[in-house]
Write a protein that binds this ligand. Structure first.
Ligand SMILES: *[C@@H]1O[C@H](CO)[C@@H](O)[C@H](O)[C@H]1NC(C)=O
Ligand SMILES: *[C@@H]1O[C@H](CO)[C@@H](O)[C@H](O)[C@H]1NC(C)=O
Ligand SMILES: *[C@@H]1O[C@H](CO)[C@@H](O)[C@H](O)[C@H]1NC(C)=O
Ligand SMILES: *[C@@H]1O[C@H](CO)[C@@H](O)[C@H](O)[C@H]1NC(C)=O
Length: 403
């Protein structure tokens, strides 16, 4: 068994999952076929709320035919897409809205958004819209329309949204996760579409960077480093020690970078405070920093205080890892990325957990067997004296048949 394969395998699995997921979104855009052989020249998989915008720009007369599509729409929700000539967010949006009306038909209409408390009332937009229609087939909702856009709106801000219905009226949409980032630019001429208008996009990038750095470091590298220390000792002394140091140091360095982006994000947005996430983050950073300094104060293996140091090192180490995993899930709740990210991380945890379930009894078995053979070179995992490569190297050759 070669445990150094686990990190490589995990990273490989993670990247494979991510590549597959992003490829799937784009192909769902390109390969979609509309009923009645309607076809559009361009398509963009919108970066939030699992939606798509298909369009054809008719340059000679300046019209754009669009289809805003949202698979997975329940019969008790509304969907909307629009162009905002005056801002990047909701207010000012010239919207197309659709839901099942009181005669039980999925109907689309235009609605200019002028107040936050809007009930998406009918009204005409600042530009002419023709051929508005909608379809809801097998949970896939689509709004069709032809927009006669003034030239200054051929590249514009787009906003899309969805929310629940109650008593035949559209209700306020969620104000977390995807529902807060369903906006961006659209250029009907060049075919480019993007999420996040201006500053919003930058901020979203920072939030994503923060999430990835922290999940990889605190959530993957540090637990793996702890596993190196616990399970590789019986096989490869003193290699485990260097692997442990390598994992924890790289995890710490990346983790501090991720932590700093989080603190910056918090300071940049005084309006939104995620106090538990922030406090946990600060506690985790403090514990991890203590671990690094504790290394410098580590007594020699034969020092009588070494056993206390070991207890301390384990207690702080495991606490840091547990708090980190909790905080990563808190982060998932705040960032609320597409489910695949949460599942990818849960998959990694399950993988690491299975390694623990297999290696823990194996380690005990080996330790007890060696003890009963009178070989004292490796102590039981919970009571170990941390040979740390200082001692043990002379006898480790005898155990390499296990490695
Ligand atoms: C604009 O041009 C397209 C394609 O040439 C045509 O299908 C559409 O009917 C025209 N619309 C108007 C309002 O003239
Ligand atoms: C519901 O929508 C259908 C299709 O657009 C329309 O014909 C019907 O008049 C609408 N019903 C009401 C009550 O608005
Ligand atoms: C809009 O609808 C009218 C009438 O149904 C049709 O003649 C016209 O071609 C449509 N225009 C577009 C751009 O689809
Ligand atoms: C390692 O420890 C054993 C037993 O405590 C001792 O006999 C041996 O000399 C030590 N080896 C080294 C290199 O310190």
């Amino acid at each position: 068994m070669d445990r150094t394969k686990s990190p490589k395998l995990a990273l490989f699995a993670l990247s494979a999952i991510l590549v597959l997921c992003s490829a799937k979104a784009q192909s769902a855009c390109d390969t979609h076929r509309f009923a009645d052989n309607i076809a559009f020249g361009d398509c963009s998989a919108l970066p939030a709320l699992g939606s798509f915008l298909h369009w054809t720009y008719n340059e000679p007369n300046g019209t754009v035919s669009i289809a805003f599509r949202h698979p997975g729409t329940s019969s008790s929700s509304w969907i909307a897409w629009g162009i905002n000539p005056t801002g990047t967010t909701m207010l000012g949006t010239q919207a197309l809205v659709a839901f099942i009306n009181s005669s039980g038909q999925f109907e689309a209409y235009t609605s200019p958004i002028t107040v936050y408390q809007t009930q998406l009332e009918r009204g005409s937009l600042s530009f002419t819209v023709t051929n508005v229609s909608a379809s809801l087939v097998n949970g896939e909702a689509t709004i069709f329309a032809t927009l006669e856009l003034p030239t200054n709106l051929i590249a514009a801000n787009q906003v899309w949204q969805m929310g629940p219905m109650a008593n035949g009226l559209p209700q306020i949409h969620a104000r977390t996760g995807d529902n807060t980032r369903s906006m961006g630019r659209i250029d009907f001429r060049s075919g480019q579409s993007s999420g996040g208008g201006g500053g919003a996009g930058d901020r979203q990038k920072k939030r994503n960077t923060h999430g990835i750095l922290n999940a990889v470091s605190w959530g993957v590298l540090l637990p793996m480093g702890a596993m190196m220390a616990r399970y590789m000792k019986v096989f490869t002394d003193p290699t485990w020690f260097y692997l442990h140091i390598a994992f924890q140091v790289s995890g710490y360095v990346i983790g501090v970078a991720g932590w700093a982006t989080g603190i910056k994000l918090g300071n940049d947005s005084p309006g939104t405070s995620y106090s538990t996430h922030r406090s946990l983050g600060i506690a985790i950073f403090t514990f991890a920093t203590l671990q690094v300094f504790a290394l410098l104060l580590r007594p020699k293996p034969d020092n009588k205080y070494r056993v206390y140091w070991n207890v301390y090192h384990h207690a702080v180490g495991y606490t840091t890892i547990i708090l980190s995993i909790i905080n990563i899930f808190k982060g998932f709740d705040i960032l609320d990325p597409e489910d695949k990210w949460r599942w990818a991380y849960i998959g990694i945890l399950i993988f690491l957990g299975s390694c623990v379930v297999i290696l823990e009894p194996l380690t005990w078995f080996i330790v007890i067997r060696r003890k009963s053979r009178g070989s004292n070179t490796v102590a039981a995992p919970t009571t170990n004296k941390y040979s740390n490569g200082v001692n043990g190297t002379t006898t480790s050759g005898a155990h390499h048949q296990d490695a």
